[in-house]
Design a protein around this ligand. Structure first.
Ligand code: GGG
Length: 356
């Protein structure tokens, strides 16, 4: 198979983990006889530094012309202490999602058995937990009108959803539920928010086309509590942009670490595959970042964008076998992990490559 992949490492540890993700894709191509070509582009702080724009036109053009994008992370600590900065790395991420019509963000919460003890949640509550989040990605407060008024003393962000936006993400989630346990949880805050009441109305309407799927509604606060209390209650979850952002970070603790969670953003054109973690400047340059989320994002890319199921499974099996062999990065190590089994980013990548 011939495919063109755009590598967009972004900022911080995005650079380090995406380099490893790319090596894994190259190994898969060699092993399975595919002809993948690659290009690279800037986004986020790296792009601001080079061009003044967090998503330069050149990057967007390359993204649209590619078969898939392997993405890293955006962010830089200099903006944390400058809340009024007009140009920010995250604007590149949001614009990319809007321009590519990436309305569905799939975030599988997969717990590898070997990491049961690494999780912050009791192992007996966790074993068998397997959740697939559908986070809506191009609506909500992230894209609603926002403004400072009252001479800068008051600010607002608008939580906004239209029917068609809810319907298309709901259909994706129902379709996924049909291929899994035929259970779907829709998360909203319909007891308070009007946009959530619209969300619930539309989900109920779409549900009529999926009579086999058992639909449950939860308020976001209750869902946040249940994720920790009873993670096995969850199968497929559909929710809005803000609630999905927060809940999936929480759910990463089920998988042991944010460094384990991959994601796929799909919609109208090129799919984008990225770890859910950010740029993590506190560990940037130390060579200790966990590359497994990037590697697992590459596996999602092969499966979802290219339909290469066996190739995708070969990556997941290599991750599983590496963990079974006892290798860990610092974020997923525990007190019982021997020091010589705690690896840095590249060494962990080498272990995965050797098992493909
Ligand atoms: N790889 C994910 C990433 O770069 N996250 C940084 C970020 O700003 N995330 C906000 C969001 O996902 O909406």
């Amino acid at each position: 198979m011939k495919k063109h992949i755009l590598i967009v490492p972004g900022d911080g540890i995005g650079q380090e983990v995406t380099a490893v993700g790319k090596k894994v894709v190259e190994k898969i191509a060699a092993k399975f006889g595919h002809e993948f070509t690659y290009d690279e582009a800037l986004i986020g702080h790296a792009a601001i530094e080079a061009t003044g724009d967090p998503l330069p036109e050149e990057t967007l053009v390359k993204m649209k012309a590619s078969d898939a994008v392997l993405f890293g992370a955006v962010g830089h600590p200099k903006y944390d202490n400058d809340p009024s900065a007009k140009v920010r790395p995250e604007q590149g991420l949001l614009k990319m999602r809007k321009e590519l019509g990436l309305y569905a963000n799939l975030r599988p919460i997969k717990l590898f058995d070997e990491l049961l003890e690494a999780s912050s949640i009791k192992p007996e509550l966790l074993k068998g937990a397997d959740i697939l989040f559908f986070r809506e990605l191009t609506g909500d407060v992230y894209f609603g009108k926002r403004e400072r008024i009252d001479e800068g003393n008051t600010a607002y962000d608008t939580m906004i959803y239209s029917k068609y936006e809810v319907e298309r993400i709901a259909r994706k989630a129902f379709d996924a539920a049909m291929t899994r346990g035929k259970k779907l949880m829709s998360v909203d805050k319909a007891n308070v928010l009007e946009s959530s009441r619209l969300w619930r109305e539309v989900v109920l309407e779409v549900a009529k086309d999926y009579p086999e799927v058992q639909l449950e509604h939860q308020f976001v606060d209750a869902a946040a509590m249940l994720l920790i209390k009873d993670p096995r209650k969850f199968d497929v979850v559909v929710t809005g942009n803000l609630f999905g952002d927060i809940l999936t970070d929480e759910a990463s603790q089920i998988a042991g670490s944010m460094g384990m969670l991959a994601s796929a953003s799909i919609g109208d054109s090129t799919g984008v595959y990225e770890p859910i973690h950010g740029s993590a400047h506190d560990i940037t340059g130390k060579g200790v970042a966990n590359p497994l989320a990037s590697i697992l994002s590459a596996a999602l890319m092969l499966d979802i964008s290219f339909g290469l199921k066996a190739e995708s499974e070969a990556i997941i099996a290599a991750v599983d076998a590496t963990l079974k062999a006892g290798y860990r990065t610092g974020d997923i190590a525990d007190a019982s992990t021997p020091k010589n089994m705690i690896l840095g980013t590249d060494a962990m990548g080498e272990q995965i490559l050797s098992r493909i």
